[in-house]
Design a protein around this ligand. Structure first.
Ligand code: ZN
Length: 620
């Protein structure tokens, strides 16, 4: 890789002639208006998330996963994280190489080893994960690490970093996310200015518009990996940068990379253009459509995100809520999703996919108030990300959930892949995904052990949720308030719930509409100590993988997929699968009686090293 001389980069900024365009745009971004001049946006949803520090996860697997990731990234070596940037800038670069995707390796060419695939790609995501963890916990050492990283990253920023770089937009998008989070969540005063230079550094390396992979392959390229960039995901963070800084340059860039021609326009017209596209980045692009809708106000972008998400759920998903075997969207009606069960072990790109799924789920829930987005977040939570294996110190990461007929949980062969970057982000987002609010009150979106703290009409309140859901069929919430307060409490009633679902307040059954697939709403004058109990009627069902494989079915208890453990090749019947029983309420162990004896089932989060199978072949 061509070395970047620091002097050369600075002179780029100082040049008044010869690079007029670059100079103008650099100046335009480097001197953003004060935050107080943050621009008006076209749409502000009535529903929004709470701040990170308003939701505390209580003891349970989600809290454990968040704490583990927080501690892991807090102790990552800073010299190693900064090494590829310092090397490119021609600076002293002490510390060990990170390894895997993260290093500079001029020999990388998209074939064979992925060592050196995208140097420094996940730096911004680690910065983002730490900033979010600071926002959740208020941990000073975490905030200080964020600030040190931004400070040490700043002098490395140079355009030559992206010379001969395979995926400049991809890495810049993550870098910008980290700097945005360092600014808005960790109070870093330098981050917006660093973002300005980082943006100007990448601009000369970007195409004139968002390019699909097909368009990238059609252009001259040195090797295949030059055709995998993800310019179509840029608008989300660019619009966020615009909203934070008020600088119209970000808005211009964001608008330039909205992929209307091949993606959002046809999606908004109801055309399913997902098949053949790379899965995660195209789900992530839905969030760019949402920011475009919020900032610019064209309803077609909301429509594109909604339609795209509908296609994702109805034509691309497994029973787990995961999608995109081999990271590709498939042609509906082709039977390819069912066929992947015997061909592939790369069922669902789990940390990245779950991160993108939760993010678009939050945007769409906030904009539409539709609880089904919460249903799909719940499904992805319990069936995918909560069962991800923890990161190892050397960067070994969980990547794919395996849905093969002969499946097991494995680690990815490459160190520090994309999924090592999204993992700390999604676990830090668990809290803000659990509750939402509007002016009338609050929405309980996820039934997880947690405490929400907020104020409503001048009252200071907290809501503490204790539950073993979904492994026990009920949840309890206790309200504390310093004064009686009227507000609306909305509870998500999953679309799959049966007629036995019941709501009680202070032990008294409440007669309210508990229609499945909606938020139930209770408005009353709430008092300190009020207790809300929700009992779920959870059915046991079978879900076929696709219409072309009607006899390949997954056993589901509500949203939770049950995986057969150490399965034999014995033919099963639908009746025997539906005979499955949980060993006790709250237990993660299930058993079904079959002709060959008892068959054990467990949810994904309870699977360790054992072989498992998501879809069972049934004879009748
Ligand atoms: Zn990934």
């Amino acid at each position: 890789m061509k070395k970047c001389s620091r002097r050369k980069f600075l002179s780029l900024g100082a040049a008044a002639t010869g690079a007029a365009l670059v100079h103008t745009s650099l100046a335009a971004i480097a001197s953003p208006p004060a935050a107080s001049t943050a621009p008006a946006v076209a749409n502000t949803p009535a529903i929004h998330t709470f701040d990170y520090n308003q939701v505390e996860l209580l003891e349970g697997p989600m809290r454990q996963q968040f704490d583990t990731n927080h501690a892991f990234f807090l102790k990552l070596d800073e010299d190693s994280l900064l090494k590829p940037f310092r090397q490119s800038a021609g600076m002293k670069a002490p510390g060990e190489d990170m390894g895997g995707w993260y290093d500079i390796d001029p020999a990388f060419n998209g074939r064979g080893s992925f060592h050196g695939f995208v140097p420094g790609h996940s730096f911004g995501q680690y910065l983002s994960g730490l900033s979010r963890a600071y926002a959740v916990t208020g941990s000073k050492p975490t905030q200080e690490k964020v600030q040190r990283l931004v400070q040490q990253f700043a002098p490395t920023v140079c355009s030559a970093f992206y010379d001969n770089y395979h995926l400049p937009a991809y890495t810049y998008d993550k870098t910008s996310c980290g700097l945005i989070d360092a600014h808005r969540l960790a109070g870093d005063r330098q981050a917006l200015a660093v973002l300005a230079s980082a943006t100007e550094a990448v601009v000369p390396h970007l195409p004139e518009k968002a390019l699909s992979r097909k368009e990238q392959y059609a252009r001259p390229h040195k090797d295949d990996a030059y055709c995998w960039d993800e310019t179509y995901t840029l608008p989300e963070n660019l619009f966020l940068a615009y909203r934070l800084s008020g600088n119209p340059r970000y808005r211009e860039l964001a608008t330039r990379f909205i992929e209307d021609d091949l993606y959002f326009d046809p999606l908004s017209r109801g055309e399913n253009v997902l098949p053949g596209e790379h899965a995660y980045s195209h789900v992530n692009a839905f969030s760019s459509a949402m920011q475009a809708y919020l900032v610019l106000g064209n309803p077609k972008h909301l429509q594109a995100a909604k339609k795209g998400f509908d296609f994702l759920r109805s034509t691309q998903s497994f029973a787990t809520g995961g999608w995109g075997p081999d990271e590709l969207f498939r042609v509906p009606g082709s039977g390819e999703i069912g066929a992947s069960l015997s061909k592939s072990h790369a069922g669902f790109e789990t940390p990245c996919g779950a991160y993108g799924h939760f993010k678009i789920g939050r945007y769409l829930l906030a904009t539409t108030g539709d609880s089904r987005y919460g249903d799909s977040m719940e499904s992805v939570l319990y069936n995918t990300i909560l069962g991800a294996k923890p990161l190892k110190e050397d960067g070994t990461s969980f990547y794919y959930s395996d849905y093969n007929m002969q499946a097991s949980k494995t680690y990815h062969p490459d160190k520090w892949p994309c999924c090592s970057g999204t993992f700390p982000q999604i676990t830090a987002d668990y809290g803000i995904s659990s509750y939402f609010r509007d002016t009338d009150g609050i929405y309980v979106n996820l039934y997880v052990p947690s405490r929400l703290t907020w104020s409503q009409h001048g009252a200071n309140l907290s809501l503490t949720q204790r539950t073993q859901y979904p492994h026990a069929a009920h949840t309890e919430l206790e309200l504390k308030t310093d004064r009686d307060t009227a507000f609306a409490l909305r509870l998500r009633i999953p679309a799959w719930t049966g007629p036995g679902t019941a709501l009680s307040i202070n032990g008294q059954r409440v007669k309210t509409d508990l229609a499945p697939g909606r938020f139930a709403s209770v408005t009353r004058n709430w008092k300190n100590g009020d207790r809300i109990a929700l009992e779920f009627d959870i059915p046991l069902t079978l879900q076929q993988v696709d219409p072309q494989h009607p006899n390949l079915v997954a056993l589901q208890h509500g949203s939770v997929a049950l995986f057969a453990i150490s399965p034999q090749a014995t033919p099963l019947t639908r009746t025997s699968l539906l005979s499955a029983r949980q060993l006790s309420s709250g237990s993660l162990d299930w058993e079904a009686a079959t002709d060959a004896g008892k068959l054990a089932f467990r949810p994904f989060q309870a699977i360790g090293e054992e072989q498992y199978r998501l879809y069972q072949e049934v004879v009748i």
